[in-house]
Ligand binder design. Structure first.
Ligand SMILES: NC(=O)c1ccc[n+]([C@@H]2O[C@H](COP(=O)([O-])OP(=O)(O)OC[C@H]3O[C@@H](n4cnc5c(N)ncnc54)[C@H](OP(=O)(O)O)[C@@H]3O)[C@@H](O)[C@H]2O)c1
Length: 254
C-alpha cells in the first residue's frame, strides 16, 4: 500500500545537484517541504528555486557535513525553520580519494569516511528522537552496488569501505528501531549520469589506476548511465511503503 507523504518535512543532503536534487524535487512534487543541505550555496539556491516553482517551501542550509559543528548547525536551523523533520535522505557523498591505497593520505581517507559514514550516523542520531517521539519517521541512506562487491572499484578503498559500513549501520539501526514507526533503509541508485562519475572520468588514469578509469569511461561511452530522475523516482516509491531494514535497488522498481 502506498503511503501519502503530503504535508511531511524532509531533510535531503547533497541536494544541490545529481541524485539529491532530483530526490528533493520529487519529494516536493509529493507535497513535502524540504530542507536542502550541501556546501555549494548556489547549487542549493537553484534547487530551492525549482522546488518553489512546484509550489512547495524549501529551506537552504549550507553545511560541510565533514564538520560535525556545521552539521549540527544545519540541523538546528532546519528544526527552527520547519519544525521536526519526518524524512531524512542521507544522499551526500564523495568518491575521493582515488588511487593505489598506499599512496592515499590517511587523513584524506578519514575525511571521506567522515562525510560518507559519520555524517550519516550523526544526522540520523540528531533527528531520531523527534521521529521516535512522534512514532513516524523515514531514514534512507544512499548506498552503492559497491557495498555488495567491494572489490569491484580498485583504487576507491575509502568509498567501498564507507558504503559497506553504511549498509551495516543501516541494518543495525533498523533492527534497533523495529516497531517504533521509524523505518531505516539503504538505497542503491545504479550507475547514474551525475558529476560524480564525470569527475572520475576526468581523472588521470595513471594516477587513479587504468581499470577504474576504464570502468567509468566505458559505462559512459556505452550509454549505460541512467538519469538522476530514475533513482529518485525509485527511492520515492520505496519511501511510500512501511518496509524497514532493507537494501533497496533502483532495479526493484524498473
Ligand atoms: N552517480 C552514480 O553513479 C552513483 C552510483 C552509486 C551510488 N551513488 C551515490 O549517490 C549519492 C549521490 O551521488 P551523485 O552521483 O548525485 O553525486 P554528486 O552529483 O557529486 O552530488 C553529491 C552531492 O553531495 C554533496 N556533498 C559532497 N560533499 C559534501 C560535504 N562535505 N558536505 C555536504 N554536502 C556534500 C555535493 O554538494 P557540495 O559539493 O556542494 O557539497 C552534492 O550536492 C552518493 O551517496 C553516491 O555515493 C552514485
Amino acid at each position: 500500500m502506498s503511503i501519502s507523504l503530503e504535508g511531511k518535512t524532509a531533510l535531503v543532503t547533497g541536494a544541490g545537484r545529481g541524485i539529491g536534487r532530483e530526490v528533493a524535487l520529487q519529494l516536493a512534487g509529493a507535497g513535502v517541504t524540504v530542507a536542502l543541505v550541501a556546501r555549494s550555496r548556489d547549487e542549493l539556491d537553484e534547487t530551492a528555486h525549482r522546488v518553489r516553482a512546484l509550489g512547495r517551501a524549501a529551506f537552504v542550509a549550507p553545511a560541510d557535513l565533514g564538520k560535525l559543528d556545521d552539521l549540527q548547525r544545519a540541523v538546528r536551523r532546519a528544526n527552527d525553520e520547519l519544525g521536526a523533520v519526518d524524512i531524512l535522505v542521507n544522499n551526500a557523498a564523495v568518491v575521493w580519494p582515488l588511487g593505489a591505497s598506499a599512496t592515499v593520505e590517511p587523513g584524506e581517507w578519514a575525511a571521506a569516511i567522515a562525510i560518507n559514514l559519520v555524517a550519516v550516523a550523526a544526522l540520523s542520531f540528531a533527528l531520531l528522537p523527534a521521529m521516535v517521539e512522534r512514532g513516524w519517521g523515514r531514514i534512507v541512506n544512499v548506498s552503492s552496488a559497491i557495498a555488495e562487491h567491494p572489490g569491484a572499484m580498485i583504487g576507491a578503498n575509502a568509498y567501498a569501505t564507507g558504503k559497506a559500513a553504511l549498509e551495516a549501520h543501516t541494518l543495525n539501526l533498523a533492527a534497533e528501531l523495529a516497531g517504533s514507526g521509524v523505518t531505516v533503509n539503504a538505497f542503491r541508485p545504479g550507475s547514474v549520469d551525475t558529476a560524480m562519475p564525470a569527475w572520475i572520468r576526468g581523472q588521470d588514469p595513471a594516477r587513479i589506476g587504468a581499470p577504474l578509469h576504464q570502468r567509468f569511461a566505458r559505462s559512459y561511452a556505452e550509454g549505460l548511465l541512467i538519469s538522476p530522475e530514475q533513482p529518485a523516482r525509485s527511492l520515492l516509491m520505496h519511501l511510500q511503503r512501511d518496509t524497514t531494514g532493507e537494501i533497496w535497488d533502483v532495479s526493484d522498481t524498473t
